[in-house]
Structures are given as structure tokens and as C-alpha cells.
Design a protein around this ligand. Structure first.
Ligand code: SAM
Ligand code: DTB
Ligand code: SF4
Length: 331
């Protein structure tokens, strides 16, 4: 176990982290077990090798199709299987989406991510979504969509329209997954990620913590992500937003330091990825967010809403970044 190494040995380990390692669950778990300060120190070293540690990338989210989803994801207020008070809506009109993208750009975001509460997009959905991607791209924003499971043909069409990133999360370790979702498998998710990769689209893939999983299961999630070959270009780490009416409401909240550890372990195991401090910031205080930045998070969702739940006000985020002397842009 790494925490039993001497100081000198540990220092040499720090400089010997390979670029594409075989991150066994045990090796990832050993990182989680490090003393907090040692873990953060290592994460900062890795972060500073690859990024400007004072720059944060801003992505704005928009729910282009809200609610009424066929899947039964236990955390999600948009599932038709739960009664979380989210009304099912139709796909948004192009002009409204482009107006939201323009507002996000004017506010300082560099990436615009459009999310749909679908199991997978139907044939009739693809043309309107492609028009949204083309329009957002033409504004000079990076484009991202998250539409559920995707076939390779659909991925190629989105790539053609100018899609930069596809978000599709593994969500949890494989052994925890069945406790959360029954309507699609872990392998379904891996298949979609393969199709996205094959189409030449950047992969945005992460997960949720605070769902009642063990530390070993958090290590299992990170190991899965880090062993994707190549690992994702963007890794959102979500802290469960508990929504009344979803099966996971009432789960014991995660120790905040454990959340910071998860960020640090993602940074160490995926040195060049954008680690996104994602859902859950509204429930965090500013010191905790600052610790997440120290641990290697270099991207946030920026704007007053995530998909259906609240995110910190943009002005509040700007004030926080200013207090920390942090810049925005591509790190
Ligand atoms: N329906 C598509 C799908 O699931 O692939 C795209 C949208 S879905 C809402 C995107 C991601 O949001 C999920 O994979 C999950 O990681 C995250 N998410 C959903 N509800 C959440 C919650 N209550 N707290 C934290 N993350 C959540
Ligand atoms: C991701 O990993 N987190 C975002 C984005 N990808 C699409 C979504 C968070 C959703 C939080 C719950 C909600 O607002 O509905
Ligand atoms: Fe549907 Fe996505 Fe929510 Fe699951 S996470 S219920 S697939 S919108």
C-alpha cells in the first residue's frame, strides 16, 4: 500500500506516475487512502504539470428536452418512473436554444452543453438537434450534447454537424450500478462511449458520488474511467443532488472531504482531462469549492440552472473566482 512507503519512496512514486497506467481498483483505492494533505499535494503536482492551475473553464447547461424519461435512474428527477414534480416538455425550439447559447456566451461561457431526457434520440430528433449544434458552433462556442444512448451512425451525423463533446456518464462502479438503474446496462453505456469515440467526438464521461456507495466503489468508478483507452477528455464529478420524489432522496450525504478526494483521485489518474466540479455546487460552501479547485478541478457548470435543479448564480461564481485570483478560459 502506498501510504506505508517512506517519504523518499513516496517522492519517487510521485514522479513515476505513468501517462497511461493500468489503474487497478486497488491502486485507485490506495490513492483514496492517502492522508488528505498528501493526496492533495500529489493532485496539485499532476495538475500543474498539465494545466494552468488558476484557470477554470466554464460550460453552461441547457435542458433542451425536459422530463418524462423512460429510464429509471434512481437519482434523476426527470425519470417518468418517479414523481419529482418535473413536468414532461417537448424539445425546445431552435431559436430559443440559440438565444440561451448567446446569453451563455455573453456571460463568459466557452462551452454550451445541451441535455435531453431521452433513453436515446429517435430518428426524428436528430435533425433538430443537429441544427442546434450547427447554430451553437457558429457562435464560436464549443458544443456538447447529452442525449442518452447513441448508435455510431447517429454519432457520425452529430460529428458532421460540428459536435465537439458528447456527455455520457458511467455514473458508478459496475458492481453498484444495478442498485441505481434497471432499464439499461453498464455495457450499454460502454457501447455508446465506443460509438462516440469511433465517430471522432471528444468524450465527456464521469459519474455521481454520494449515492450510498462505498469508498471502494468510488475507486471502482474512477478505475473504469481511467482505464478507458484513451481516458475521457472531460470527466464530470457530480455530487448527488437529492430531489424529493426520487428513490435516492434521503441518502446519507457524502463527507465533503471524500468528495474532494474523489476530485483529486480523478486528477491523478487522468492527468490531462478536464475534471469538472459538476452537480452539487449549490449545496457546497465556497471553501469546499476552493478545495476542489486545489484538488485539480478545472471546469464548472456556470449559469443559474443545471438541467432541472439550481446551480449557483453566475455573479456569485464570478465573485468567488475573483476572490481566489482565478481566471476563466481554456486552461
Ligand atoms: N438522459 C441522458 C443520459 O442519462 O445519458 C442525458 C441527461 S442525464 C440528466 C445526464 C447526467 O446527469 C446523468 O448521467 C447523471 O450523471 C447526472 N444527473 C442526473 N440527475 C442527477 C442528480 N440528481 N444529481 C447529480 N447528477 C445527476
Ligand atoms: C453531468 O455529468 N452533469 C450534468 C450534465 N452532465 C448533463 C447534469 C447534472 C444534472 C443535475 C440534476 C438536474 O439538474 O436535473
Ligand atoms: Fe433519463 Fe438521463 Fe435522467 Fe436517466 S439520467 S432518467 S436517462 S434523463
Amino acid at each position: 500500500m502506498e501510504q506505508t512507503l517512506s517519504f523518499i519512496e513516496r517522492k519517487s512514486v510521485q514522479h513515476a506516475i505513468p501517462e497511461h497506467a493500468d489503474w487497478t481498483v486497488d491502486r485507485v483505492a490506495a490513492l483514496f487512502e492517502l492522508p488528505f494533505n498528501d493526496l492533495l499535494f500529489r493532485a496539485q503536482q499532476v495538475h500543474r504539470q498539465h494545466f494552468d492551475a488558476n484557470t477554470i473553464q466554464l460550460s453552461t447547461l441547457l435542458s433542451i428536452k425536459t422530463g418524462g424519461c423512460e429510464e429509471d435512474c434512481g437519482y434523476c428527477p426527470q425519470s417518468a418512473h418517479h414523481d419529482a414534480g418535473v413536468k414532461a416538455e417537448k424539445l425546445m425550439a431552435l431559436d430559443d436554444v440559440l438565444a440561451a447559447a448567446q446569453a451563455a456566451k455573453d456571460n463568459g461561457a466557452t462551452r454550451f452543453c445541451m441535455g435531453a431526457a431521452w433513453r436515446s434520440p429517435k430518428e426524428r430528433h436528430l435533425e433538430p438537434v443537429k441544427a442546434m449544434v450547427r447554430g451553437v458552433k457558429a457562435m464560436g462556442l464549443e458544443t456538447c450534447v447529452t442525449l442518452g444512448m447513441l448508435e455510431v451512425e447517429q454519432a457520425l451525423q452529430l460529428k458532421d454537424a460540428g459536435l465537439d463533446y458528447y456527455n455520457h456518464n458511467l455514473d458508478s462502479a459496475p458492481e453498484f450500478y444495478d442498485k441505481i438503474i434497471s432499464t439499461r446496462t453498464y455495457q450499454d453505456r460502454l457501447d455508446t462511449l465506443g460509438h462516440v469515440r469511433d465517430a471522432g467526438i471528444h468524450v465527456c464521461c464521469g459519474g455521481i458520488v454520494g449515492m450510498g456507495e462505498s469508498r471502494l466503489e468510488r475507486a471502482g468508478l474512477i478505475a473504469q474511467l481511467a482505464n478507458l483507452d484513451p481516458y475521457p477528455e472531460s470527466v464530470p464529478i457530480n455530487n448527488l443532488v437529492q430531489v424529493e420524489g426520487t428513490p435516492l432522496a434521503g441518502t446519507e450525504p457524502l463527507d465533503p472531504f471524500e468528495f474532494v478526494r474523489t476530485i483529486a483521485v480523478a486528477r491523478i489518474t487522468m492527468p490531462k482531462t478536464m475534471v469538472r466540479l459538476s452537480a452539487g455546487r449549490e449545496q457546497m460552501d465556497e471553501s469546499l469549492q476552493a478545495l476542489c479547485f486545489m484538488a485539480g478541478a478545472n471546469s464548472i457548470f456556470y449559469g443559474d440552472r443545471l438541467l432541472t435543479t439550481a446551480n449557483p448564480q453566475a455573479a456569485k461564481d464570478r465573485a468567488l473566482l475573483a476572490r481566489l485570483g482565478m481566471r476563466t478560459g481554456d486552461a
